[in-house]
Design a binder for this molecule. Structure first.
Ligand SMILES: [Zn+2]
Length: 334
């Protein structure tokens, strides 16, 4: 190996753009996240920014950029840069040869689903696919995200590693998209299964008994770990939103978002249905997140990604979400 081939990767690494997000919510009751994105080390006359139109796991085009407002770009010295909106999800900035470019924008967040953003006086929840831009061709670059809560009592929950207080690191854009954020006074319950740490994180009030839920969640984890031969993570988060109505789930590699009607946890059929939702999203941490159709191996965030394999990714998962609570002894054959 020559000396130049040893040195080259370091130089390339240093030249890569660095993306730093600061996400604030100074007036949460307005439902507006305030986002500052700094792109450092940029070279080039133009900087393109794109926002995903869909989220992996929720396969329809959602046009997240429709919630964006007040887009402004400035250079190193605070001078305003010209911007052009090329498409619903695509902005282009004339950099005037600045190396550091700061982009400010707001995102309206008042849609409580597992795949969208929700901000009010009680909490903030966002999916990075529905809030953050990527720089085309640089999706592999690491991204730093600092959360600025509106009140010191608000905590931050996300599967991303925390590198300093309220600052998190995503190794690339796919990892960022796979990492929802919950910010507020959420209840956090820690528990261990098979020597791995888990959290049940709850926003909202209802008739859920967290300890009872954890007892059954533990059984589901054990049954699924047995099917797949162990747990392929260090920590896993069940993020549960108790909603006035409506439900749903979205799987991630080390986390899932669950939305469930807040007074629907009575023992019996309702409790069982919730456990099927847990079993379903947890099963996906293997089937679709770690084992997935070739068509979804590399996500194209600009358009819908077609595959004929969801019968397996979703169908098999739905079959097992009925079977696993039965194997776990949560309900019987009947
Ligand atoms: Zn599913």
């Amino acid at each position: 190996m020559t000396q130049s081939t040893v040195i080259a990767p370091t130089i390339v690494q240093d030249c890569l753009p660095k993306l730093v997000y600061e996400i604030a919510m100074p007036q949460p009751q307005t439902h507006l996240f305030e986002i500052k994105l700094t792109v450092c080390n940029w070279s080039g006359e133009l900087l393109n920014l794109k926002m995903p139109v869909w989220t992996p796991g929720s396969y329809l085009v959602r046009e997240y950029a429709k919630q964006l407002q007040d887009f402004i770009a400035v250079g190193d010295r605070g001078d305003r840069l010209a911007t052009t909106k090329f498409a619903k999800h695509h902005w282009q900035i004339q950099t005037n040869h600045h190396n550091n470019i700061i982009i400010n924008y707001r995102m309206f967040a008042n849609e409580l689903t597992v795949r969208t953003n929700h901000l009010d006086a009680t909490h903030g929840y966002f999916n990075p696919a529905a809030l953050c831009f990527y720089v085309p061709e640089y999706e592999h670059c690491p991204i730093k995200i600092t959360i600025v809560p509106p009140d010191p009592s608000w905590r931050v929950t996300t599967p991303l590693p925390e590198i300093s207080p309220h600052t998190f690191l995503a190794t690339d854009f796919d990892t960022l998209v796979d990492s929802p954020f919950e910010i507020g006074c959420q209840q956090i319950y820690d528990f261990n299964v098979l020597d791995k740490s888990h959290q049940l994180v709850i926003w909202g009030e209802g008739n859920l008994d967290p300890q009872l839920a954890i007892d059954d969640i533990k059984k589901i984890i054990e049954v699924e770990a047995k099917i797949f031969g162990g747990l392929p993570y260090e920590q896993y988060i069940f993020l549960l939103h108790l909603s006035p109505s409506g439900g749903g789930g979205l799987e991630h590699k080390n986390c899932c978002s669950l939305l469930y009607p807040r007074f629907s946890f009575q023992a019996g059929e309702k409790h069982n249905r919730f456990m099927q939702l847990v079993a379903h999203e947890f099963f996906h941490l293997w089937n679709i997140k770690r084992i997935r159709p070739a068509a979804l191996e590399k996500f194209d965030y600009e358009r819908e990604n077609y595959t004929r394999s969801l019968w397996f990714s979703e169908g098999t998962t739905s079959y097992y979400d009925l079977l696993i609570p039965r194997r776990a002894g949560i309900y019987d054959q009947q």
